[in-house]
Structure formats: structure tokens, C-alpha cells
Design a protein around this ligand. Structure first.
Ligand SMILES: Nc1ncnc2c1ncn2[C@@H]1O[C@H](COP(=O)(O)OP(=O)(O)OP(=O)(O)O)[C@@H](O)[C@H]1O
Ligand SMILES: [Mg+2]
Length: 255
């Protein structure tokens, strides 16, 4: 895999506030899938905003495909699915909203329509194309945000809590959809089972730094590490006793 994204001693923070993350160094390769885990307020969303070129790093450099990233520039290779759908959706209808990123990339006419239709279909939203975005349910808004990222066919998708608000079937569809892509993904999530299924590698951030970066089963299966950072080992990595062997009462035998 070739290198796609490189962060070198990056300091992430909000103007007028102490840094949220300090000295963050990491490399992401084309097609790699990485989970980003950490407690509330650890800086997952802030880090995404810096990688997406929205929030300027306070120090350090971010390189995308070898080029230093300039905050504010349009990055067709990077699509951010916002944690709060309301921060992302703003067009009058769902179809127009999903079209926005692709239109920015210069697509128009039949090509644009086909892309939008495909992204809506992938997220199970075709029937709602003309619905005003503020009339979508919470889970529909979340899927609309994902469609708005997919439509760009970005080389890197940053997904901030993608399964939040999804019912179980739509969560399962999302895992299948993301599992089929060959794009690089960084998935910030408290849904550790989703991270476990999708991402061979996981990064844990807490208290301003990277606390772990490694194979997902090894990191999420480390009970001490998980507890130290406000997490729990996912249920499917927890050893289970075999189900008890129970004899049910047999009415025929008068028991
Ligand atoms: N616009 C802002 N201005 C100032 N501080 C902010 C702003 N947005 C977030 N913060 C602060 O930055 C820190 C990191 O927040 P961030 O949203 O990145 O955390 P997170 O890891 O995504 O948390 P969660 O799991 O709750 O989504 C928090 O202390 C938060 O209060
Ligand atoms: Mg967040």
C-alpha cells in the first residue's frame, strides 16, 4: 500500500483554547481502514476537521499524497461525514444536497444525475430524493451525509460516528457498504463492534495524545488499556462461558 496521508507532530486545537491534541504523528496508506477511538471530548472530530482542511493545525504538518495541506482549500480526495448531520446538510432537497460535492468537482448533467442516483441508492434513500433535508428522520439524515460523501468517490473518507442514529438493519447495510469500498477510511466511533468488523487497525486517543495504534483485536482486546481510556473490550472479544446445558421439564413424564 502506498502512503496517502501523513501527519507529522500535528497539534490540533481551537483558536483561543489550549490544544486538544499534541504531537500527533501517523501515516495512512491508500485503501487502509482505521478506527479512531477515544472518550467524549478526546479530539476525534477536531482531528477530522484538521485532516479535512477545515481547522488549521496549531503546529506540525499534514501531507496528503505528498503535498502539504492548506486549510480552506477544496480537497476532492477527502470527504468528511460530519458527526452532526445538521452541520453538513444545507440544500433545499436531499438530491441537491448529495449533488453538492460532485458538482464542486465539476460534474454536471447526466453524469452528475447518475452519480447522485447511485449514492442515494447505496444508502437506501432513492425514494426520498426530493424530500427537504429538514424533513428527514435522524437516521435518514445520517445516511444522507454518507451519500453526500460517497458521491465524490473520494480516496479518503473520514466518517464521524457513522452508525449513530441508525437502526440495526441500516447499521448492517452501512458496514456492508463500507466493507465493499476500496477507499481509505478513518472511522471515529463509540460503536466498537463496528470498528472491529471494518478496521484492521485502530488508533486510541485520549488526554491530548495517541495512546495506542495497532491491530484492532490486539488494541480493543486489551482490557487494561480500554479501561484506562474510558472504553470497554467489545462483547465479541470477551471470552464467554459456554451456554449452560439445561434439561427442560418434560410434561409427558409428569415433571
Ligand atoms: N468549536 C469549538 N470551539 C472550542 N472548543 C471546541 C469546539 N469544538 C469542540 N471543542 C472542544 O474540543 C475538544 C475536543 O472535541 P471533539 O468534538 O473533537 O471531541 P470528540 O472526541 O469528537 O468527542 P465526542 O466523542 O463527544 O464526539 C472538547 O474539549 C470540545 O469541548
Ligand atoms: Mg466527535
Amino acid at each position: 500500500m502506498t502512503e496517502m496521508l501523513h501527519l507529522d507532530r500535528v497539534c490540533v486545537g481551537w483558536p483561543g483554547h489550549a490544544p486538544v491534541l499534541r504531537d500527533i504523528s501517523l501515516t495512512l496508506h491508500h485503501g487502509e481502514r482505521v478506527g479512531l477511538v477515544g472518550p467524549n471530548g478526546a479530539g476525534k472530530s477536531s482531528l477530522f476537521l484538521s485532516i479535512a482542511g477545515v481547522l488549521a493545525p496549531q503546529a506540525g504538518t499534514i501531507r496528503l499524497n505528498g503535498q502539504a495541506l492548506r486549510t480552506g482549500q477544496f480537497l476532492p480526495d477527502v470527504a468528511l461525514v460530519f458527526q452532526q448531520a445538521e452541520d453538513q446538510l444545507f440544500c433545499p432537497t436531499l438530491a441537491e444536497d448529495v449533488a453538492f460535492g460532485a458538482r464542486n468537482m465539476g460534474l454536471e448533467g447526466a453524469d452528475l444525475d447518475a452519480r447522485v442516483a447511485q449514492a442515494l441508492a447505496a444508502c437506501g434513500l432513492s425514494a426520498l430524493a426530493d424530500r427537504p433535508v429538514h424533513q428527514l428522520s435522524g437516521g435518514e439524515k445520517r445516511r444522507a451525509c454518507i451519500a453526500g460523501a460517497l458521491v465524490m468517490r473520494p480516496a479518503l473518507m473520514l466518517l464521524d460516528e457513522p452508525s449513530a442514529a441508525l437502526d440495526l438493519r441500516n447499521r448492517r447495510n452501512l458496514i456492508a457498504l463500507l466493507g465493499r469500498t476500496n477507499q481509505a477510511l478513518v472511522v471515529a466511533s463509540h460503536d466498537l463492534e463496528l470498528v472491529l468488523e471494518l478496521c484492521p487497525r485502530v488508533i486510541v486517543i485520549d488526554q491530548g495524545r495517541i495512546c495506542a495504534d495497532g491491530p484492532v483485536r490486539q488494541v480493543l482486546g486489551n482490557a487494561g488499556l480500554m479501561a484506562a481510556h474510558g472504553q470497554e473490550v467489545p462483547h465479541s472479544l470477551t471470552p464467554h462461558a459456554p451456554a449452560a446445558h439445561v434439561h427442560l421439564p418434560n410434561p409427558a413424564a409428569g415433571l
